[in-house]
Design a protein around this ligand. Sequence first.
Ligand code: GDP
Ligand code: IMO
Ligand code: MG
Length: 386
Amino acid sequence: MVKVVVGLQWGDEGKGKLIDFLCRDMDIVARFQGGANAGHTVVWQGNEIAFHHIPSGIIHNHITGILGPGMVVDIPVLLDEIRYLKELGISVDGRLKIDWRTHVVRADHKEEDAKDKLVGTTKRGIGPAYRDKYGRKGLRIVDIFYPQYVDHLPKELLDHYIKYHDALSPYVCDTVQLLHDAINEGKSILAEGAQGTFLDVGFGTYPYVTASHTIAGGACIGLGISPKAITEVIGVFKAYTTRVGNGPLPTELEPELESSLRERGKEYGATTRRPRRCGWLDLYWLKFAVKLNGVDKLAITKLDVLTGLPEIKVAIGYKEELPFITDDAHPIYVSLKGWNTDIRGVKRYSELPLNAKRYLKFIEDTLEVPIKWISTGPERDAIILR
Ligand code: GDP
Ligand code: IMO
Ligand code: MG
């Protein structure tokens, strides 16, 4: 059984929180794309842990965590992340696996990315690392272990990375074989998407996107599993919209409301601490995201953040019919009534105020997919399971 969890907006939908919840019943959690540009937060024993490379489900002791071949890994940053988790009491020894084929984000990739002005990247070297992968001059983990077989890179470059050989060796293996064996044994695997649908390099708001395929199809490419192996796609979205970095956000709020929502939702990047831009929920493009990913079930997060708003708007279409997302298009909004009862931490659907239920129903009716999880706070147990 392979479930794929993907973000349906511009990242930071609360994937980490949901994945941590779902991993109670999983055996393996695997990241399939991206690298340290991701920041997946889990609130655990009073600590707000932001996972960058390591899949967030690793918090559970019984879980095996995989860094799949579709990722790009910054080795010193990953080693720091392993140490940081250990300090918190989460040992990944024997449970963390990195695929041989995974590409390396090199120091020069980060230097180059630091000069980016157009996209507003996380400066983690992601774009240059993927460019070199596809340009057939990337450095892979396997190259560090078998340098004598490498004929596409200068020796000095390899020499620089050989120093990581010993630190990496406990973790490196063939994760493709591991996953195929696990599938055959009937184990439960969760593929953890990073970023979100509209940051996908092919289907997002190009060029204001990341450099990998973030959509559910990316899980096959990024893990080396067949599309036939995927049994369920879970789409995560925030009750409103946020985006960090540059690029269009047609439902963006006017400054005053935007900053009040940002403060209430603590909308600051988990990786870069940049303030996130905030907008109303965009059901028109969310519906497209549902289609692209083949979403079977939805999870909505941060519903609690909308409490207190007298009116909540949702975009259901655009005045101009354009085949891409642009700030030049004018959203057509439907206005729904808000609620005042504090719902933070609510665990039962029946305890939600009527207008919150109406908001959820409107979303379900429009997207034609059931909302199975409703997150009502950052804490692990602040979730309604329907
Ligand atoms: P991810 O990248 O998709 O994993 O999301 P991030 O971790 O970057 O951002 C989500 C933020 O919202 C984190 O700080 C979470 O702790 C927090 N969060 C997640 N779910 C909820 C929720 O239902 N309510 C509130 N108030 N915060 C949430
Ligand atoms: P998680 O997994 C939100 C954005 C950057 C920039 C664009 C390209 O936490 O949801 P990159 O560094 O990838 O080349 O930047 O993508 N971005 C994210 N935004 N959440 C993320 O990850 C992101 N990863 C990249 O802000 O606009
Ligand atoms: Mg994030």
